[in-house]
Design a protein around this ligand. Sequence first.
Ligand code: DAH
Length: 343
Amino acid sequence: MENKVKELCDAASSAINAVTDLKALDDIRVKFLGKKGEMTTLVKVMNELSADEKPRVGKIINDARNQIKTLIDDKKAELKAQELQNKLASEKIDVTLPGRKIYRGHLHPLTLTLNRVKEIFMNMGYSVEEGPEVETDYFNFEALNLPKDHPARDMQDSFYITEEILLRTQTSPVQARTMQKNSDNAPIRMIAPGRVYRRDDYDASHSPMFTQVEGLVVDEGITFADLKGTLDFFCKKIFGDTAQIRLRPSFFPFTEPSTEVDVSCMMCHGTDEHCKVCHGSGWLEILGAGMVHPDVLSMSGYDPSKVSGFAFGMGIERIAMLTYGIDDLRYFFENDIRFLQQF
Ligand code: DAH
């Protein structure tokens, strides 16, 4: 019996020594000390021993059990420590490594430009109005002094949806909408930003969809000098204090007189005959404007003998191209991340 115990002890001890993971160690524990384990079986054999042998052999078996248990506990602690070490090593973080850069999105350059334009006019007390992109022929043309047979309609090839409905070709219809909304004929000082649509080919300077900002001021005693002063102030704000404006006579059916407004070239200030932006002229066309035509005022319920007004319309893409020095309109619409990241 004693030999048998010693054999089991040795077998257990060498198995424990050889083990390398906790699962296998637990299997050994079950094998030797479990309910049906080899040591437990020995205890059962003890029943066959004589009464005076029982205590002695019982002690031997008990000592052996305790010995195996201690070996298992020690090994368990050792394996656990090792496991922790491995885990620490594999999860090691070098806190001195430079961080990974997280790219943050930002506003599109057209939105940035539009926000800037809005801010300038809002600081002068203008409200911001909106009108629909799907517009009626009446607001897009007729209310702006362009009756159906008016030759100026040819200036804008339009996307018609039905005979009477089209994608607006300009933000000017918001002029008429705003005046008609004001049933009490209150004075108006508003801008109307938004998208407009024309049947243009898509190239470096044309797009079938682009962005305009309309302006309209109606009140008693509004003069051309107010228009000029407002646009001069606006250009200095957006292009810098050295910017100057130049007004050329022009024609728009809804304004009389009408003018096209140029701003002095912010790239070469008129000093470089090879300037890529102004081509040596020193001036860049940026918007159309004029005094609101009396018929436009009266068609929308204002009395032209009492009030007068000025209006203007500008393309936001053009302003953005000039302020950021971009020479191709298509960059704005193609969402190339290399382009967008620069703003
Ligand atoms: N709507 C014109 C266009 O798209 C621009 C314009 C010119 C607007 C003169 C105006 C204006 O308000 O007075 O070409």
